[in-house]
Design a protein around this ligand. Structure first.
Ligand SMILES: Nc1nc2c(c(=O)[nH]1)N(C=O)[C@@H](CNc1ccc(C(=O)N[C@@H](CCC(=O)O)C(=O)O)cc1)CN2
Ligand SMILES: Nc1nc2c(ncn2[C@@H]2O[C@H](COP(=O)(O)OP(=O)(O)OP(=O)(O)O)[C@@H](O)[C@H]2O)c(=O)[nH]1
Ligand SMILES: [Mg+2]
Length: 474
């Protein structure tokens, strides 16, 4: 029972609109494969006609049927499996027809064209990126965090990332958000009820244990945010840029970390010109290791262009590894300052003393060793395990937290904003015990922010941004 027609679930109206066109796309990856699928979703009249025209007969829902896919001239384009999913029992929640043929690009194009041709009088059109999944979302087959997880699963760069994407796809992340929202709603209800009876306002906070409730929500939100941060690391990975003077061993380190001979290594200073990027993983966290041209003054035009690329890479770094040749130490203070200038404020820079294999133990002990300095040998592999550990530590990845769900920067923003509103609510309650309407408003804003994650409220703009990054056919 809500007071005054207050309905906590309807803080907003849904503005997203559902296109009713019937859409078609090749659902499988471009190129050659054993099987390729053309998928159609939409209106029953269009789908029904496609079935009879292309398969030659109508299909029993959800039953795989083998047969010819027939061209307009009555010849088989391919022999394959057709499946009809009747609405709402399909991926999109609409009527869906799948033509599963042989996975060649030409066969797939022919099938696609045939669908467009038969579907022309029903305005069947090519699907846009992510449009099948967008429909699944708009038809309440999944919420927004789950829809995003579909794309994150497909894009996953590591096994750990895929595992956590499946968790989000199954709704684990969404459930956590729902639990938080429910608790905020509960507290809002109590407050809104009290607002109707001003004489009780003063005692409300104590009676309802508002502070206790708020604290419990805040602590749960902190846990969800911490897990989401891990999930975002698994999804987005980190760009690690190797910089330093020529010949200090950047390319050697890239090769050592990749475990492959990827970049050219020579004793000639100025070997690397183009930036060389290699994807690796450390404990499931995807990393892009970016090897760059050594920084120095040079008249060589090609090398100068390479160095420009180094600066461009530095500006995109999440972590900078600054290498020095420990056996031939030079002053790099000036260079480090320029690098720092190029970096966003708190981008970590770790200095690596390379080639320690060329030094005796006493010399090695003289090297600075703190959180920002490590000794390594790209040649012998010495210190690389410590480097890997340190990299994970720098980006805040906790190996022990293996059971995380995948998340995006967008989700982290929403969680942080919700947290800020809860904090503001707390502050209002502390300072002005009689200003419950401000307290209530902050709770409403916290809920609004949490709702952005699951898409309980979404704008067309946000959906456009999210689904346009999907691949066509998804
Ligand atoms: N051939 C094929 N494989 C695929 C997909 C697809 O669309 N086609 N998927 C596309 O991403 C994924 C699977 N996702 C799917 C999700 C729901 C339904 C579905 O039919 N749902 C119905 C019935 C559910 C049930 O029987 O329990 C429903 O929700 O009502 C199908 C596929 C991966 N594999
Ligand atoms: N002894 C020893 N030699 C190393 C080590 N790392 C690199 N070298 C050698 O140092 C030289 C330069 O290595 P590179 O990896 O090409 O250096 P770089 O920093 O990529 O150089 P540029 O591409 O010119 O900027 C090569 O002869 C490597 O074999 C190391 O840890 N120990
Ligand atoms: Mg190099």
């Amino acid at each position: 029972m809500y007071y005054n027609g207050f309905n906590p679930d309807k803080t907003f109206t849904m503005t997203a609109t559902l296109s009713r066109d019937t859409i078609v796309a090749i659902a499988t990856a471009a190129g050659r494969g054993g099987v390729g699928i053309v998928r159609i979703s939409g209106d029953i009249s269009a789908i029904g006609t496609l079935m009879t025209q292309i398969c030659g007969h109508s299909l029993i829902p959800r039953q795989a049927t083998y047969g010819a896919f027939i061209s307009d001239e009555g010849n088989p384009i391919d022999h394959g499996i057709a499946i009809y999913f009747n609405a709402p029992h399909s991926y999109t929640g609409e009527h869906v027809l799948e033509l599963q043929g042989h996975g060649g690009p030409v066969v797939m194009q022919l099938l696609l064209r045939r669908c467009l041709q038969v579907g022309a009088r029903f305005n069947v059109r090519m699907a846009q990126a992510g449009e099948f999944t967008e429909r699944a979302f708009l038809n309440d087959k999944m919420d927004l965090a789950q829809a995003e997880a579909v794309s994150d699963l497909i894009e996953a760069a590591t096994e750990a990332a895929a595992k956590s994407a499946v968790k989000s796809l199954s709704g684990e992340f969404s459930t956590k958000i729902h639990t938080l929202v429910q608790q905020v709603v509960h507290l809002r209800m109590l407050v809104e009820a009290t607002l109707d009876f001003p004489e009780e306002e003063i005692n409300f906070l104590e009676k309802a244990d508002a502070f206790g409730q708020l604290e419990r929500i805040q602590s749960q939100l902190a846990t969800v945010l911490a897990t989401a941060k891990q999930g975002a690391l698994l999804r987005d990975g980190i760009n690690v840029v190797l910089v330093g003077q020529p010949n200090v061993g950047k390319s050697s380190l890239l090769n050592a970390l990749a475990g492959q001979d990827i970049a050219i290594v020579t004793a000639i200073a100025g070997t690397t010109r183009d930036t060389v990027t290699q994807a690796i993983q450390i404990d499931g966290v995807p990393l892009n290791i970016i090897d760059t041209a050594g920084l120095r003054e040079t008249d060589d035009i090609v090398e100068q262009m390479g160095i420009e690329r180094t600066w461009a890479a530095i500006s995109k770094a999440d972590v900078v590894l600054h290498l020095q040749d420990a056996s031939q130490m030079t002053d790099t203070t000036q260079m480090l300052l320029s690098i720092q200038k190029q970096l966003p404020k708190d981008t970590p820079v770790l200095t690596l003393f390379n080639k320690v294999d060329l030094m005796n133990t006493t010399q090695q002990q003289l090297l600075n060793h703190d959180d920002n300095h490590l000794s390594i040998s790209a040649k012998t592999g010495d210190g690389l395990a410590a480097l890997r550990e340190r990299l994970l530590q720098i980006v805040g990845f906790e190996k022990t937290q293996t059971d995380t769900f995948i998340a995006r920067e967008r989700h982290l923003d929403a969680l942080r904003t919700a947290d800020e509103h809860l904090q503001a609510a707390y502050a209002h309650a502390l300072t002005q015990a009689d200003a419950l309407d401000l307290f209530a408003e902050e709770l409403r804003l916290a809920q609004e922010s949490l709702n952005l994650i699951t898409g309980a409220f979404t704008s067309d703009d946000l959906l456009g941004v999210i689904f346009s990054s999907f691949c066509i056919g998804k």
